[in-house]
Design a protein around this ligand. Structure first.
Ligand code: NAP
Ligand code: HSE
Length: 432
């Protein structure tokens, strides 16, 4: 059988790029055996030519035109990250008739529609499986496997760095800063780890996945985003006592009046399927009108898990299968507008920790505020005072409206019997 030969150029050779290059150079025979495609790595762009690398120096360049204008290269793989110059180089490569693969969720969340339209206009494609969920084929699931479904919700742990940090803090008692340094060392974190811990990276991935799920042009600005940097050990400990673990969740839900989109740390019952997703693993649960709930699980970050998804995209682009898909697929092009439900109108359960004065009448004042905002208490624990005049009062609520809880928190912070701002986390216990 005649195998297809395809030449590839890599823009970027950091954590992911070096993993992709290593597999292409060392496992070309194996890739050919499985796919019928012979990949040849032609050029690799880096910023710093002097950095020590394992890739042969003959392949390296610091000139992007050696790849995006190179007539010998059919597939351009963008693994630089960020909005620019990555976006401009992708558009340039498409105009030159190249097929493109990218892992850049930041770029796709902000300029996905423009880039997918450019791919269609140039009879090309931009494959992006590695942009969400590392090794997990979630883009494939939403665009192919679940195509017969109206998607009701996509709920996931979408950031390996945050999940690694929270796992190390909760299960191994490591400080936040130590766990973050380990995640960076392992190659899970973004070049600027603020993108991870601020929740922005999860927000970018949610924008990409929710756009596919609902056929809508969803941008990061449509998403209510809160990260993990302000989390306190004490809340992870109290949550554990109550039978919860804390995860950074990305949630997209289709509701009667529109779509609710949010990223925030959430307390999950230990028995929840997502509660046991630990370390750099990610998981995504998709609720479809025909399939019901399906769950996808795998390594969400790091060189080789991400290289697996990038290489699958390179092989798919090499087969040319995705080009007609780009021209006509309404989940990628011709996306529809969608109403966004504001966070104030989202109903969830809540966890509150209030530093309360240990004297008669305190509970009365606090529950009065909650009652006035229609917030019903599910459980309340006060740890015995060992020293000082204040005690931690931990409250979980029944479902309450986001806006009411925000107003109640502001009022509680003003009570003479409360010290400082109450700590607040949302509870996610929606599962079959
Ligand atoms: P990285 O380690 O920071 O590597 C970036 C690479 O791009 C480096 O080789 C760098 O060159 C090169 N580069 C950056 N700006 C450049 C410029 N202006 N001109 C030429 N070269 C430039 O990043 P990464 O972790 O591999 O991530 C790459 C992309 O994959 C990002 O979009 C990221 O969000 C995404 N992603 C990462 C992971 C992960 O686990 N790390 C997983 C999924 C998706 P030098 O080597 O010379 O510095
Ligand atoms: N920094 C990202 C994460 C890489 O930790 O999940 C994978 O997209």
């Amino acid at each position: 059988m005649q195998h297809i030969k395809i030449n590839v150029g890599l823009l970027g050779c950091g954590t992911v790029g070096s993993g992709v290059a290593q597999v292409m150079l060392e496992r070309a025979d194996h890739l050919e055996k499985r796919s019928g495609i012979r990949l040849e790595l032609k050029k690799v762009l880096v910023r710093d030519a002097a950095k020590a690398r394992t890739i042969p120096s003959s392949l390296m360049t610091t000139c992007p035109e050696d790849i995006i204008d190179n007539p010998d290269i059919q597939i351009v793989v963008e693994l630089i990250g960020g909005l620019d110059p990555a976006g401009e180089w992708i558009l340039h490569a498409l105009k030159n008739g190249k097929r493109v693969v990218t892992a850049n969720k930041y770029l796709l969340a902000h300029r996905g529609s423009e880039i997918f339209s450019a791919a269609a206009a140039n009879l090309s494609c931009v494959c992006f499986e590695a942009s969400c969920g590392g090794a997990i084929p979630i883009v494939l699931a939403l665009t192919r496997g679940l195509l017969a479904n109206e998607i009701k919700s996509v709920v996931g742990i979408l950031n390996g760095t945050c999940n690694y940090i929270l796992t190390q803090m909760m299960h191994n008692g490591k400080p936040y800063s130590t766990a973050l340094a380990e995640a960076q060392q392992a190659g899970f974190a973004e070049a600027d780890p603020y993108m991870d811990v601020s929740g922005l990276d999860s927000g970018h991935k949610l924008a990409v996945l929710a756009s596919l799920a609902f056929g809508a042009d969803i941008r990061p600005a449509n998403i209510d985003i809160q990260g993990i940097a302000a989390l306190q050990d004490v809340d992870l400990r109290y949550a554990r006592e109550l039978g919860y673990v804390c995860k950074l969740l990305a949630i997209a839900q289709q509701q009667a009046t529109g779509v609710s989109l949010r990223v925030h740390p959430a307390l999950l019952p230990v028995s929840h399927p997502l509660a046991s997703v630990n370390g750099s693993y990610n998981a995504v649960s998709v609720d479809g009108s025909v399939a019901g709930r399906t769950v996808y699980f795998g390594r969400g970050a790091g060189a080789m898990p991400t290289a697996s998804a990038v290489l699958a995209d390179i092989l798919e682009a090499a087969m040319n299968a995705t080009v007609p898909f780009f021209a006509s697929h309404p989940l990628l092009n011709h996306r529809q507008p969608v109403a966004i439900i504001p966070p104030t109108e989202v109903h969830t359960r809540h966890y509150l920790r209030i530093t309360a004065l240990d004297k008669p009448g305190t509970i009365h004042d606090i529950t009065g505020v909650l009652g006035r905002h229609h917030i019903s208490i599910s459980a309340m624990t006060q740890h015995e005072a060992r020293a000082g005049a204040y005690v931690p009062l931990v409250i979980t609520t029944h479902e309450a409206m986001g806006g009411g809880v925000t107003s109640a928190l502001a009022e509680l912070g003003q009570l003479p019997c409360v010290s400082g701002e109450p700590a607040h986390l949302r509870i996610w216990d929606d599962y079959e």
